[in-house]
Design a protein around this ligand. Structure first.
Ligand SMILES: [Zn+2]
Length: 502
């Protein structure tokens, strides 16, 4: 039996049966600053908002509930019926030749599809809260969207809290395009054949519809309105649009390279401090990702069974180059040329073996930090304002810079052992800080690894996905509403509504 299996079934002695180890999502808790910076600078989307037209479907229901004088519970019933009818319209259109498959699927599709195979959809059942429901939540799929819809002014803070139409909602436009779904939602049953006449409501029509135009204006923001939600979203969307005009952008990696290294970011006539702040945020994302990857790498040593922290450190030491820390750092590529123009140093270390690439990326992030003036906007994006606790917190670029200085004359092997101990101890502290006594008396511990004395056990594999800076969502919202387009060769370009970014 593997250590993983052992830990899950019997557990080490101290994990008694009233303790529930659950999978920790952020074992090193190294994302806090990045997430905070992204939330401010990329408002209006999150990692769970994926279909643009829902941003207007919810205010449409809120407006209807207002007009009918519904209380909160009635409004939620209406919302669920509307979401079901809307999903069925989209599903009916999915088989049609003019449907665009790159649009996201409607929410609740899989469950509704299972019901549709058995015949007509009974709306009372599908939109209900018992067996056969399309969504588990009483508020359907409003939850993932509500914060973003409020921040874009589409939902307001009126009588029903956040479920009332917001200042940017335009009834004549939205009701004109989507109002038919309110009528359909009152049906007792629906089937796909009834819904083909309503294909103009499908998610895939957003780019060319009037309500899509309203949405495009919200996502394009108002770049020149500094310090507001509209200003912040406007700046990042304009930067994405400029990247697509000036470089070959096929994915967010290309976008990352443009933002980190292209001279256009500083030289373009519309360039602002905001774009440099994004250069800092994107650089920090590389560092956060490198921490996730190197920790995941070290945790893989536990796959065959528990090890002591020292054994893990010894193993990391064998995978890194010999010599001193100073020699390693001095051997890294330059991060900027003599005029201070950034060089693509991070790309030049990707061919090195895995743990070394990640350590090199961390060291390059520290180098970039060292070169920045305290008042520079790039530094603000990289580590936050001077004096804030984020600036020098453990594992931050400044912390890495100090650590590399302190260890400069020592061997890479000793540094690897120390670094392993820092990561394991931090993961253990994060687990302790997040552990909670639950209402049912059980003790829940979010973790990936357990530490008992010096022995480390692995419970779950490590998260190795890239941290989100919401560019994927912004690109998708832009594409869905016609601000951006993807050409047949896969290149992103500015679309028919791209002028909104000017
Ligand atoms: Zn469609």
């Amino acid at each position: 039996m593997t250590a993983e299996g052992l830990a899950l079934t019997d557990g080490p002695g101290w994990v008694d049966h009233s303790t529930d180890p659950i999978m920790g999502l952020f074992p090193l808790a190294v994302e806090q600053f990045l997430n905070a910076a992204v939330a401010v600078n990329a408002p209006g989307v999150t990692t769970v908002t994926n279909a643009a037209r829902y941003y207007l479907l919810h205010p449409l229901v809120a407006d209807e509930a207002d007009r009918r004088g519904m209380d909160g519970a009635c409004a939620m019933d209406l919302l669920r019926r509307v979401e079901v009818a809307f999903a069925l319209i989209c599903m009916a259109h999915q088989g049609q030749p003019d449907h665009l498959d790159w649009y996201p699927a409607a929410h609740g599709r899989d469950r509704l599809l299972a019901m549709a195979r058995r015949g007509k959809i009974d709306l009372a059942v599908a939109a209900g809260t018992g067996d056969g429901r399309y969504a588990n939540s009483r508020s359907g799929f409003l939850g993932p969207y509500v914060g973003s819809e409020v921040s874009l002014g589409l939902l307001g803070q009126g009588g029903r809290g956040p479920f009332s139409p917001g200042p940017a909602y335009d009834r004549s436009v939205v009701h004109g395009e989507l109002g038919a779904v309110l009528e359909l939602a009152t049906s007792s049953t629906l089937e796909f054949a009834d819904l083909l006449d309503f294909s103009s409501l499908c998610l895939c029509k957003t780019a060319n519809s009037d309500d899509g135009g309203l949405l495009a204006r919200r996502f394009a923001g108002r770049a020149d309105e500094r310090g507001t939600v509209a200003g912040n979203i406007g700046q990042i969307m304009r930067l994405l649009g400029i990247a697509m005009s000036e470089a070959e952008i096929r994915d967010r990696d290309d976008l990352g390279n443009f933002v980190m290294y292209s001279p256009v970011v500083t030289q373009h006539r519309q360039s602002t401090d905001h774009w440099l702040r994004w250069r800092g945020i994107r650089t920090r994302m590389s560092s956060v990702n490198a921490w996730r990857q190197i920790f995941a790498h070290v945790c893989r040593y536990l796959t065959a069974g528990p090890q002591t922290i020292s054994q893990m450190g010894d193993r990391l030491a064998t995978e890194l180059p010999g010599g001193t820390v100073g020699a390693f750092v001095d051997g890294l590529p330059a991060v900027a040329d003599k005029q201070g123009v950034p060089l693509s140093a991070e790309l030049d270390v990707t061919h090195r073996p895995a743990p070394e690439t990640h350590l090199a990326t961390l060291a390059l992030g520290a180098r970039r930090f060292e070169a920045l003036d305290a008042a520079s906007p790039t530094r603000l994006g990289l580590v936050g304002p001077p004096g804030h606790r984020f600036e020098s917190e453990e594992l931050s670029p400044q912390w890495v810079s100090n650590a590399l200085d302190d260890w400069r004359s020592q061997s890479m092997g000793e540094f690897a052992r120390w670094l392993t101990r820092v990561m394991v101890n931090r993961a253990h502290r994060v687990t302790m800080a997040k552990s909670r006594q639950r209402r049912d008396g059980r003790f829940s511990m979010p973790l990936r690894i357990d530490v008992q004395d010096d022995l480390v056990w692995k419970h779950w594999g490590e998260a190795t996905t890239e941290p989100s800076i919401r560019w994927t969502q912004l690109m998708s919202m832009g594409r869905q509403t016609g601000i951006f387009e993807v050409a047949e060769d896969g290149l992103w370009t500015v679309g028919a509504r791209g002028h909104l970014l000017d």
